[in-house]
Design a protein. Structure first.
Length: 493
């Protein structure tokens, strides 16, 4: 029996487990570094402990002090756990879309939880990181962990995670696959493995499709704690100082649906219940391993447990509501009502004019066109969380016919409220029940959380054969906005 002087002595030395079933079709062996074996159930335990020890050594964190951090979950839970063990107070600032499970876990450790708005520009005073920094300045004895720019974050992985992988594989690792969030894990672990191997180990970043790390437009995605989200009103985008881009040899860009599908397969085929970002990383690792030989060895890091995501990635109803799951048989779904599968719906930026809405693909009579937050780039999909309203081009056409100068007017002055949304794989009766009291008469159809078409309430009602009773689904019968993973200052914690 191994005896430990405290729980903190159990941080690290997590197992490396071969994926035997999900990776059975690829030539190279794939091993998973299972980080939810850490005491607070994530890889962030390593960085949190490293940052606290460095702060204690420098005197920045004195006995009886208070640890303050802004986070969407894992780092906050790790710091709260350490604070409890070492006798510190803890204040954790989280965005308002943080899951109830994570907030309850933070409070269970004794942390004071401060909830702020998540979808804000980086410069906004109520942004998660700004609130945390302000609280640290105002709280006597406080120390702001600031995982994004703290050098002790990557250093913790350089001294623990990297050496563990090198020793556990006997130096045979050839490819390391990991999601990039704050950048501490990839920078520290990847940097060590490159040095230990004389530059032979390839480091592959697993990244959501729209994350700016791999060239995306920064729009929202549904996998938490990974990637780089960019609010459209952020004036100057800055990567965390914990992230060294030169360590990453290349990226594998993984869509939300693929990430979710793979993480569910991990649970059902390997018995590994991991978080959504693990699905992104394993999907990338399988792609990499498919191009290699049996002489190669791929290590993929699984950052956290799936227990904090049971109401999302492992909840069939949630997945169907946002169009990620289309598995029902013998029961009519929204897809059956539509007949033809819709293509991604083109949206207008809120900066457009009335004339913009009367050209291009927006000419169909009665069409309902989504209006979204403005973004640079040409993203083919429109996340429902960024749709701020809608317009009907036929109504605008009638407006311009009676008043030609109105064509130059800003579109935002003619916005209709954004209608509710239903998932393409959602049962018709459930979708119709949620819309029964909505006066709009039309709903967005979501595929992978993106607006991809419309369906009328009448069509759904007719498919059920009766008028269903409305059930509680939030104000005006609308679907609750999704807890999107990619949020500025929240996705990388």
């Amino acid at each position: 029996m191994t005896l430990h002087e405290s729980l903190l002595d159990t941080v690290g030395n997590t197992p490396l487990v071969r994926l035997t079933r999900i990776a059975s079709g690829v030539p190279a062996p794939v091993y998973a570094k299972v980080e939810f074996f850490n005491p607070a159930s994530s890889v962030k335990d390593r960085a949190a402990l490293g940052m606290v020890l460095a702060a204690e050594k420098s005197g920045a964190l004195a006995p009886g002090g208070v640890i303050v951090e802004g986070t969407s979950g894992n780092t906050g839970m790790a710091l709260a756990m350490i604070a409890a063990q070492r006798g510190y107070g803890s204040i954790v600032v989280v965005p308002d879309r943080t899951s109830p499970e994570k907030i309850k876990t933070l409070r269970a450790y004794g942390a004071e939880v401060v909830v702020t708005t998540g979808a804000l520009p980086r410069e906004h005073p109520e942004h998660v990181r700004n609130v945390a920094a302000r609280l640290a300045e105002r709280t006597p004895g406080a120390w702001y962990a600031n995982q994004y720019d703290n050098p002790a974050n990557p250093e913790a992985h350089r001294t623990t995670t990297g050496p563990e992988i090198w020793a556990e594989t006997g130096g045979r690792v050839t490819h390391f696959v990991v999601g990039v969030g704050t950048g501490g894990t990839v920078t520290g672990t990847g940097g060590f493995l490159k040095e230990a191997s004389g530059g032979l180990v390839q480091v592959i970043g697993a990244d959501p499709l729209t994350s700016t790390y791999s060239g995306g437009d920064g729009s929202p995605y549904y996998v938490e704690s990974i990637g780089h989200y960019l609010h459209p009103q952020t004036a100057e985008d800055e990567y965390p100082e914990s992230y060294d881009p030169s360590v990453v040899d290349r990226f594998e860009r993984i869509g939300d649906r693929e990430s979710i599908t793979v993480v569910r397969r991990l649970a059902r085929e390997e018995g590994i219940l991991a978080g959504g970002s693990a699905g992104t990383a394993v999907a990338a690792a399988l792609r990499v391993a498919a191009t290699l030989t049996p002489d190669d060895l791929v290590v993929v890091l699984l950052p956290d447990s799936g227990r904090g995501y049971l109401s999302k990635y492992f909840d069939d109803e949630w997945l169907r509501r946002f169009g990620f799951l289309e598995d029902l048989t013998g029961r009519p779904t929204v897809a059956d009502v539509l007949g033809d599968r819709p293509v991604p719906r083109t949206a207008l930026p809120s900066t457009a004019t009335v004339a913009d809405a009367l050209g291009g693909d927006f000419t169909a009579a009665g069409a309902l066109v989504p209006v979204r937050l403005p973004r640079s780039g040409d993203n083919a999909t429109t996340d429902v969380s960024e749709v701020i309203g809608a317009v009907r081009p036929d109504a605008l056409r009638a407006l311009v016919a009676g008043d030609p100068p109105a064509s130059a007017a800003p579109l935002h002055g003619h916005l209709l409220p954004s209608p509710p949304a239903v998932g393409i794989g959602e049962p018709v009766d459930e979708a119709a029940a949620r819309l029964a009291e909505d006066a709009a008469g039309t709903a967005w159809v979501l595929i992978d959380g993106r607006v991809s078409g419309t369906v009328t309430h009448d069509a759904l009602r007719q498919a059920t054969g009766h008028v269903p009773a409305a059930r509680d689904a939030g104000p005006a019968g609308r679907a609750t906005p999704p807890d999107v993973g990619g949020r500025d200052g929240a996705a990388r914690s």
